[in-house]
Each structure stands twice: as structure tokens, then as C-alpha cells.
Design a protein around this ligand. Structure first.
Ligand SMILES: Cc1ncc(COP(=O)(O)O)c(C=O)c1O
Length: 282
């Protein structure tokens, strides 16, 4: 079956889909992106991801090239054409294609919009939640606006590759004060020995994860204490539990950080509970 993607108003066979070599996403990383998980044909946390998309565009002064209602229809049609019921949708919007100049292109330059989707076997991914994942730590070398979901992901790419080479699933980025900011593509959490859930505040140093926000709401609704503050690797290693959240991994327990076990080295029960609660909330 052919795979279809969407570029600037047209559905194209994925193999034939392309953008200009003058595209500012390619030249400058002058672009934002968004990712939705799709389960049984439904976009998870759809409203949160659409809201973050609009915020990212607003922060960079890029216009959404179609209405949100039209975008929702395009996503639905993309999923239908690709027969994806379980998977993810990837969207990227750049400031468009123009003669190379660092400053913004002439007013009226149309943004570039690309949408792709792919299937994910969430059951296979769920096995990871049963065994738990290993984490390595690396210095956070990113810029000061990590809250904007831009395609400037080189530090994240290098961190994730370092994790893979070390046999770990994710890398946690550590700031100059020795506190964990977030994962290369996920938010970072611990459950302290006192039973408090801790995650970094949603300031400019992290991406404001949509899954993070939903899990926080669910945990608070169940009466768990949640503290938004930084934590060190040492605190995480001696925590009762640790886990990550993201649109595609939901809630996934961390059992090892830099070769030291977290808790008793087995996936934590609260992480498993929150994962279940997250999935049931959709
Ligand atoms: C750097 C980073 N932090 C956090 C997240 C989690 O965000 P969300 O829950 O919205 O997927 C992601 C997701 O890709 C990410 O790339």
C-alpha cells in the first residue's frame, strides 16, 4: 500500500513528497513541529497539542497557513488514506521558502506545511513499560527557549544517540546547576521516598509536554502531591520511582539511571498506575 503525506495543500505519495532546498526549515531550522499519538483512530490529547502548536507558531511569528478546523480535516483524511488507526501524526510548519537571508523573508511568503503519519505497534511498545527503561545523563547544551517546539533538535539527537550506544532508551539532560531538565524527547519525573511526585516546572528550560500536563492533572485528581521543581540525578537514583512521559511513550518507568538502579530496580507501581489512568482517560 502506498504511503501518503501532505505538503502545502496536496496529498502526495510519500516517496514523491518534497519541499524546496530554499526552505527555511532546512536552511535555518526556522520551523516548528507537533506530534499527536493516534489510538483506535482518535488523536490523544488533541486539544492540548493544537494549543501548543498555535503557541509555538505565535512565539516565532509564523502564521498557521489554514484554519484549525481545516487542519483537523486534513489530519483525519491523512489517517484515512494511510489506514492508520494506531500510530502518530507528525506536523511541521516552517517560515517558508525564500532566497537565503537570516532575517525574515518578505511579508506574504507562505509558510511550508508538511504532515506525515505512521503506524506504531503500541502493544510492542507497552512491553517496554513492563520491563522499564534505562537512562543515561548528558549535559543540557540547548538554547534558552526549549518551551517552543522547534525542529532545532541537534542536542536532543546527539543525546538520544549516546543513549542508544550505551544500551539505554532515553537520555536525561542536566543543566549547569546539576538538575535534570527533561529527556531528549520526553519529560522527566520522580516519586520521592516520601510519596511526592516531582517534575521540573514548565518554564523556558523544558518543552511543556502535553502528556506531562495530563498526567499531572490525573495524579492531582487522585490526591497525589505534585511538586514542580528541579531534581538532581542523585535524588532520582535514590527515589522510590522514576518515569518519563511523552505523547508516544505515555508513562514509561525508569529502572536505571547511569548504571544505578532506581528504587529496587523494578518498574514502579505508581508509574504503571498513571500509565493505565492516562490510557483510560482517552
Ligand atoms: C524535548 C521533549 N520534551 C518533552 C516531550 C514530551 O512532550 P509531549 O508529552 O507533548 O509529547 C517531548 C516530545 O517529543 C520532547 O521532544
Amino acid at each position: 500500500m502506498s504511503r501518503f503525506s501532505y505538503v502545502n495543500g496536496r496529498f502526495l505519495r510519500h516517496a514523491d513528497a518534497s519541499v524546496s532546498i530554499d526552505d527555511r526549515g532546512f536552511l535555518f531550522g526556522d520551523a516548528i513541529y507537533e506530534v499527536w499519538s493516534v489510538r483506535s483512530g482518535t488523536l490523544l490529547d488533541a486539544a492540548g497539542h493544537f494549543a501548543r502548536l498555535q503557541r509555538s507558531l505565535g512565539e516565532l511569528k509564523i502564521d498557521l497557513p489554514l484554519s484549525l478546523a481545516a487542519l483537523r480535516l486534513v489530519i483525519r483524511e491523512l489517517l484515512r488514506r494511510n489506514r492508520v488507526r494506531d500510530g502518530l501524526v507528525y506536523l511541521e510548519i516552517s517560515r517558508g521558502a525564500a532566497r537565503r537571508d537570516h532575517a525574515f523573508p518578505p511579508a506574504g511568503t507562505p509558510p511550508t506545511l508538511v504532515l506525515t503519519c505512521k503506524r506504531i505497534d503500541f502493544d510492542a511498545a507497552g512491553k517496554r513499560a513492563e520491563t522499564g527503561i534505562g537512562i543515561i545523563s548528558v549535559p543540557d547544551q540547548r538554547w534558552g527557549r526549549c518551551d517552543i517546539k522547534t525542529v532545532n533538535l541537534l542536542p536532543n539527537v546527539l543525546a538520544k544517540q549516546a543513549a542508544r550506544e550505551a544500551g539505554a532508551f532515553e537520555a536525561w539532560l542536566v543543566d549547569q546547576a546539576g538538575l535534570v531538565t527533561e529527556g531528549a524527547s520526553s519529560n522527566a519525573w520522580i516519586l520521592t521516598q516520601d510519596g511526592v511526585l516531582v517534575t521540573r516546572p514548565a518554564d523556558h528550560s523544558i518543552l511543556h509536554g502535553i502528556t506531562r500536563a495530563t498526567v499531572m492533572r490525573l495524579a492531582k485528581a487522585e490526591g497525589y502531591a505534585v511538586e514542580e521543581r528541579g531534581f538532581s540525578l542523585e535524588e532520582a537514583q535514590s527515589a522510590r520511582e522514576a518515569f518519563i512521559t511523552s505523547a508516544t511513550t505515555f508513562v514509561t518507568p525508569v529502572v536505571r539511571i547511569d548504571d544505578r538502579p532506581v528504587g529496587n530496580g523494578a518498574p514502579g507501581s505508581l508509574a504503571a498506575h498513571l500509565r493505565q489512568a492516562y490510557l483510560e482517560a482517552h
